[in-house]
Design a protein around this ligand. Structure first.
Ligand code: PXL
Length: 270
């Protein structure tokens, strides 16, 4: 390894409540031992009760942040989260492509856990056509799969059908997340166009799951930045988010966040 630590870039929205978005990504990067960098796409106004609004950055400001860090510091892996609008998506896709930034994890964020929109309705097509073909991994939940493919994932066979349909949209790997499905286990399915790999974790009885999707994608991105192959990076991501859900906690009067510091040692001594 020529340089330590490795670097990871998140291209995402700010969550003022600190549980999801850029804030979740940077905390995850830290605990997964990579140097985290950020290109902010939008600033949400939110707390544990939901998102009451968001302010987009100009698309050029988003692209310039990416170009600035990529051309000086270097990016060992990147991830996208909330991309907000078609114009931001176009600017992000252009710079990612031109500077050949990757490996790239795409979390196709469309809405918050409360159901508040984080992607404008007219931006879905741009996400599908401009960003997914650049992805080394796309990590949709069942709601995002419905939006992107029209497939309703209620069974294992539908999960496989969705994986095939998403793969046809251009990413090198697809992770169909089962966290929002029923069942005793939260099963995620990785598909590389040929082989399926299953990742299972017992379902946790908690409502405090704000930021789980971001955390899984960021931890997987950190694994890729550190040189792990895709199946091992996803395993590391799943392990990290499962520990985070075990360590999640109530905060405010709504949905509490994933506990990002569960792997930090000696907390009592600080
Ligand atoms: O968890 C998806 C997500 C991504 N990005 C931002 C968010 C959320 C959920 O609330 O606020 C900025």
């Amino acid at each position: 390894m020529d340089r330590f630590p490795r670097t990871a870039l998140t291209i995402a929205g700010s969550d003022s409540g600190g549980g999801a978005g850029i804030q979740a990504d940077l905390k995850t990067f830290l605990t997964c031992h990579v140097h985290g960098m950020s290109a902010i796409t939008a600033v949400t106004v939110q707390n544990s009760l939901g998102v009451s609004g968001f302010y987009e950055l100009p698309p050029t400001a988003v692209a310039e942040q990416i170009e600035s860090v990529a051309t000086d510091i270097g990016v060992d892996a990147a991830k996208t989260g909330m991309l907000a609008s078609a114009k931001i998506i176009e600017a992000v896709a252009e710079v990612l492509r031109r500077l050949q930034i990757g490996p790239l994890v795409v979390d196709p964020v469309a809405a918050s856990q409360h159901g508040d929109a984080l992607l404008r309705a007219d931006a879905l097509e741009a996400l599908r056509d401009r960003i997914l073909p650049l992805a080394d991994l796309v990590t949709p939940n069942i709601g995002e799969i419905r939006l992107l493919t029209g497939i309703e994932v209620r069974s294992d066979s539908a999960a496989r059908e969705a994986a095939h349909a998403l793969f046809e949209l251009g990413p090198r790997n697809v992770l169909v997340k089962g966290g929002h499905r029923d069942g005793a286990a939260a099963i995620d399915l990785l598909f590389d166009g040929t082989t399926f790999t299953q990742y299972s974790a017992g379902r946790r009885a908690t409502d405090h799951t704000h930021g789980t999707g971001d955390t899984l994608a960021a931890a997987t991105c950190a694994g890729l930045a550190r040189g792990l192959a895709m199946p091992a990076a996803v395993r590391a991501g799943k392990e990290f988010v499962t520990g985070g859900i075990d360590g999640s906690f109530a905060l405010g009067s709504g949905l509490g966040p994933v506990g990002h510091f569960w792997r930090v040692k000696d907390l009592d001594e600080i």
